[in-house]
Design a protein around this ligand. Structure first.
Ligand code: 3NM
Length: 210
């Protein structure tokens, strides 16, 4: 499958994004059809050390059983130790090309918030970018200004045919707009992690991007 297919319904989660066991949430999300998963253990109450490693390991096993790519957020050492399928980094982390040197066979994703950052990520040999926040979100507190699909549209108008996933406040109701704006897929945290039924939520999101 090519990267644009993996980006269709890209679920991101850490333990503090769930009310119950993240393993159960991930299994349900996979049953609902998510196309890629990112382990993002960050913020208040985030696990550290051995506990973080154990959860990452367990979630990776679940992904493996279902052939869903497993991406690690920020923690390059953890991603390499686990042999994850990819690493997602932000603007304040190491540059993509340095991460790529350390992990040449892993997908590298970068969060970008401008056309300049997008072009830099492409130069730095990233495999895809996340652009956001598309809609208001309370899941991440230090986001940039909400930009709708403007930036994604701008990139496409400039004929930049690079894998782009939208992020921030995306739900089954507004997902179609993100795709219409030119994104290859959507990344979501709470619309799945806090749903009454993560399986049903994932199904609805998949339906919305088709
Ligand atoms: N990054 P939810 S917004 C992790 O704008 C993250 O770069 C963002 O969570 C960015 O789907 C965001 O619950 C949070 O809104 C997305």
């Amino acid at each position: 499958m090519n990267i644009k297919e993996y980006l269709k319904v890209y679920f991101i989660m850490g333990s503090n994004n769930c009310k119950g066991d993240p393993r159960v949430v991930l299994k349900e999300a996979i049953a609902g059809g998510i196309t890629m998963f990112q382990f993002r253990e960050k913020g208040e109450g985030a696990l550290q050390g051995k506990e973080k490693y154990q959860l990452a390991y367990d979630l990776q096993q679940i992904c493996k059983q279902h052939e869903v790519p497993f991406i690690v957020n920020d923690d390059v050492d953890l991603a390499i130790k686990l042999g994850a399928d990819g690493i997602h980094i932000g603007q304040e982390d190491e540059k993509a090309y340095i991460v790529k040197e350390k992990a040449p066979h892993q997908l590298i994703g970068v969060s970008v918030h401008s056309i300049e950052e997008l072009q830099q990520a492409i130069k730095d040999k990233a495999d895809y970018v996340g652009m956001g926040p598309v809609f208001p979100t309370t899941t991440k507190t230090d986001t940039k200004a909400v930009q709708g699909t403007n930036l994604i549209q701008q990139a496409r108008q400039q004929k930049i045919d690079f894998p782009i996933v939208g992020i921030g406040g995306i739900t089954a109701e507004n997902a179609e707009k993100v795709i219409q704006g030119g994104a290859d897929g959507i990344s979501i945290i709470t619309a799945i992690s806090l749903a009454m039924s993560p399986k049903q939520a994932a199904e609805q999101l998949l339906q919305a991007v088709k």
